[in-house]
Design a protein around this ligand. Structure first.
Ligand code: ZN
Length: 311
């Protein structure tokens, strides 16, 4: 763990690692690397809960067009907090892995289940499945853990201004950062709490989008909880409603409509008529759990292509 300079935009650096000595010397592997799981499985120092997380195969990088995290926002589901800082760097500069949040009951909670580590006082890291981990910094009364299993929503600490590990904080908040495969990754585009974070022109700008609703800096973000890996949020691209049909195309009969921002569960997908939504043009249609069909152009799912297989 490396301390940071006591300036804004500076944050400490740290990794969970395993090291094994053999006749050739030391082998060191960091959390999120593929070799980390192999060493974790073999290590007598790693507990059963940690092994469950560490030995889950690492997901493809976000560059593989799969941005699904299965995470809620890092506070209680059902609360509304303020986005006090849009996407910005953990250590200053790219990648803009982090956002700042404050408000509600000020209790910071795990965004998804995993194993938790106290990197230093005020800084907790939770290592999740699929190669992801999340960082929580500036906490007051943070938990003291070293590989403890935590569930989604577990208490980690209170928002605060702690700078034990360096950096600075002018008002109490949690600096919430996203990592994958042992490195910080851009938080923009990732779905967390059914919001998609959006980068702005500069650090700390931007905001978050839920359906067509946009929350900029200073805006309110309601924690809807985690979006399932086979779910999407209706984004009608400007509001209004999304038409449900009896088949994969506009030639099929209308069965009803869905409100912007609604959560849907996808059973399977097929190609049909082509449509253009916020994120581009696609011929993909999704069959929902109620048997009706909607164009994938108007769903925010965090993944391109059939998210739950072809029909
Ligand atoms: Zn921050």
């Amino acid at each position: 763990m490396l301390l940071a300079y006591r300036s804004r935009d500076a944050h400490p650096t740290g990794s969970v690692f395993l090291a094994r000595a053999d006749g050739e010397g030391w082998t060191v592997t960091f959390d999120g690397e593929a070799s980390f799981g192999d060493l974790a499985a073999a290590s007598p120092l790693v507990n059963k809960d940690e092994k469950t997380v560490f030995t889950t195969p690492v997901a493809p990088l976000y560059a593989g067009s799969d941005f699904r995290t299965g995470m809620a926002l890092p506070f209680a589901v059902g609360q509304t907090w303020t986005l006090t800082g849009g996407p910005h760097g953990w250590g200053g500069g790219a990648p803009w892995s982090s956002v700042d949040l404050a408000g509600g009951d000020q209790v910071v909670r795990a965004a998804r289940a995993g194993t938790a580590y106290t990197m230093c006082t005020g800084w907790i890291r939770v290592i999740h499945d699929r190669g992801y981990s999340t960082d929580y910094y500036h906490l007051w009364s943070s938990i003291a853990v070293n590989g403890a299993a935590v569930g989604q929503g577990a208490y980690l600490g209170y928002t605060g201004t702690d700078v034990t590990c360096g950096g600075s904080a002018t008002g109490r908040h949690v600096h919430f950062g996203l990592r994958q495969n042992s490195a910080y990754v851009p938080i923009a585009g990732h779905g967390i709490g059914k919001w998609d974070f959006v980068s702005g022109a500069g650090e700390y700008q931007g905001g978050a989008r839920h359906g067509s609703a946009f929350a900029g800096v200073g805006g309110a973000v309601y924690n809807y909880g985690a979006l399932g890996f086979n779910q999407g949020v209706v984004d009608a691209n400007g509001g209004g409603t999304l038409t449900r049909r009896s088949g994969p195309g506009t030639g099929y009969g209308v069965l009803g409509s869905l409100a912007d921002g609604a959560t849907v569960t996808v059973s399977c997908s097929a190609n049909g008529t082509s449509h253009t939504g916020r994120y581009g043009t696609t011929a993909l249609w999704d069959r929902l759990s109620d048997g009706s069909w909607v164009s994938d152009a108007y769903l925010s799912t965090g993944v391109n292509g059939p998210m739950n297989g072809w029909c």
